[in-house]
Write a protein that binds this ligand. Sequence first.
Ligand code: G3P
Length: 494
Amino acid sequence: MPEEFFAPISNQQTPPTYKFFDGKEWKDSTSGKTSDVISPIDASVVGKIQVVTTNEIDAVMEATYVTQRSWEATPLHQRVKIMHLAADWIRHFEEYLSSLLSREIGKTLEEAKSEIKRTADLTDYFADEVQSLRGETLDSDNFPGYDKGRIGIIERVAYGTVLAIAPFNYPVNLSASKIVSALLMGNSVVFKPPSQGAISGLHLARIFQKAGVPPGVIACVTGGGGEIGDYLVTHKRVDLITFTGSSDTGLAIAQKAGMIPLVFECGGNNPAVVMPDADMNLTAREIIKGAFSYAGQRCTAIKYVLGTKQTLEQLLGEVQKQMPEFVKMGDPRSPETKLVGPVISQDAATKIETAINDSIQAGATLVTGGKQNNSFIEPTILINVKPTMATVATEVFGPVVSFVAVSDMGQAVTIINESRFGLQASVFTKDEGAGIAFAKELNVGTVQINGSPQRGPDHFPFLGVKASGLGVQGVRYSLESMSRLRPIVLNKPQ
Ligand code: G3P
């Protein structure tokens, strides 16, 4: 791929057309079809991406299948070196990638920079951590009835070809998290970036190529999920699927993929439980950050707040007091804008506004926000919301938070555990012991005490239960998820 790939965005007079990467070459698709990537900021065309054909997918799958074994046989220290180089290239292009991300998916510049920096750090951390993964040997005589006649040699090996499907909200970071862990464990990777975020994803693929990932080991195919998604997830060459996206898409993939390992991070409708003794200043700050960062388009965003009527009244006052300091909706490229740029598209904004109105019609009260303007949704707070209303019962991927009053903490536990989702929950209390005891009642992946839900630090385990996910991610856990045990038993009858 020519280096004009990284030409300053401001110099691009007409929207560039991006090729796809078949693992060896950057190509126009024989379909002759491209798809426009539209900026949610101003509806301008950021660029055009290829819509690949099923024949092209077959060729890519064959290439990654053929090269995987030699990649796995490449000494680990060489794979590690390539990943450290990739981290350096990501840092090198930080400014470029941040402004691309901001324009392509509408993240504020500050959030975009943080995604790029975090991706470089994550890549380095993966490359360091993989060196401490070990196999083991097992003795047979530990188990009743066996003598010393067997030795188990337990190795950790690659699955083969990993299909990595990334979401629009972290098209660089969540893509890299899948790709780097898969490659370090010796898998080849077919990478399907999100349609919106595809341009950022293609740049990431180019960075892995620049860093020295050999031909055929990583490919990047583009096109709408509706057009190529089913073909990819049912392809016979795919040995594992790692996917981040909505619970509905996750369920559809799981139903089609058959009996292969799946590592999924899906929707989260994360609650914050506020106990009467909580530090209201801190709680308000965390709820604002949790609900409105990247316009609420994080699987880990806070979507509803549970507390007694009196606690919620007190909290609401504090949230309203702090909102102007932390939240300002606007063009995400402007330094004035805080947390809330546009949501990913005008369609998405319309759906969010509909959910807000549905809750209001069902009896919720609008405190602030609620209005749509193109792809923008005002930061919205609703009170008097019931768990059955749209803004709590469904995952609203936008800057909307619902206050739900409960009679006691037992009712909060019931609401959380009966939810379809189970990614994270927050508990706010000055009594950390009570917080831990409460956390143990909740059927969710992670419970945060006195902090808003979040995936990081990225070496912590990250998982969802129920419709929120399958498997575990987080540096060591991702490396383990991207590899399987291979026991070889040496029999020495005595
Ligand atoms: O929505 C994707 C999920 O991974 C969120 O990550 O870092 O915003 O908590 P984070």
